[in-house]
Design a protein around this ligand. Structure first.
Ligand code: 13P
Length: 249
């Protein structure tokens, strides 16, 4: 069965509540009837307001992180119950900015992903290599390891429902999109990695996004690749027209 494409906008640390509400208000009519699933991921403060603003549209809301514990003394963290209560249905996990600036580890990403999944929140698990690793030629093994670590403890039927985002760090915010072939090579390798461990059904069902300077001009070429099932979009997701053009590739 064909996989439903999924286009998600990671707003990162952008958009106040007012800005976020205005953005989804402008976006909703432009993506109505899209064949791809549409997700926006506001900062924590805007999640509840944006979730309310998209009610009755085909736009779903994702968080940018979640903690694995149900509650407790974890200053600055947010639990799955808190997200579920306000209508959040996706969660970006293990973004390279979290890994690089805030010490996020493969083990932490796995714990967060399992907690999110258990709470009915679909994890969007990020992976991707630095320029150094790309140039050393070890990027396929590096990304495969990130994925194996992130998926530890999941059952095959659960893996089928997850979303993975391959985001080469050298392509994030640089304007330098990976070539369609580079994106396909790694996305295919991720699928093969999933297949080796969890079987063909999980590998065929799991959705793998590409992320890194995706623009309206590059989305069609990316989506033609057999193992690219969507995009995780940063900068271009902050403008309704650009993001809608990507969604409607
Ligand atoms: P840009 O699209 O701004 O390169 O960001 C990609 C990204 O990191 C999405 O999570």
């Amino acid at each position: 069965m064909a996989r439903t494409p999924i286009i998600a906008g990671n707003w990162k640390m952008n958009n106040t509540i007012a800005q976020g509400k205005a953005l989804v208000k402008a976006l909703a009519p432009l993506v109505k009837g899209a064949k791809a699933a549409v997700v926006v991921c506001p900062a924590a403060t805007a999640l509840a307001a944006v979730a309310k603003a998209v009610k009755g549209t085909n736009i779903a809301v994702g968080a940018q992180n979640v903690h694995w514990e149900k509650s407790g003394a974890y200053t600055g963290e947010i639990s799955t119950d808190m997200l579920a209560e306000i209508g959040v249905s996706y969660c970006v996990l293990g973004h390279s900015e979290r890994r690089d600036y805030f010490g996020e580890t493969n083990e932490g990403v796995n714990k967060r992903a399992r907690a999110a999944y258990a709470a009915g929140i679909t994890p969007i698990i990020c992976c991707g290599e630095s320029l150094e690793i790309r140039e050393a030629g070890t990027y396929l093994a590096y990304v495969a390891y990130q994925i194996e670590a992130a998926l530890a403890g999941f059952k095959a039927r659960e893996v089928a429902k997850l979303v993975i985002a391959y985001e080469p760090i050298w392509a994030i915010g640089t304007g330098k999109t990976a070539t369609f072939e580079q994106a396909e090579e790694v996305c295919a390798h991720i699928r093969a990695t999933v297949k080796a461990k969890y079987g063909a059904a999980a590998a065929n069902a799991i959705r793998i996004q590409y992320g890194g300077s995706v623009k309206p001009e590059t989305i069609a070429g990316l989506m033609k690749k057999p193992n690219v099932d969507g995009a995780l979009v940063g900068g271009a997701a902050l403008k309704a027209k650009d993001f809608a053009a990507i969604v409607n590739f």
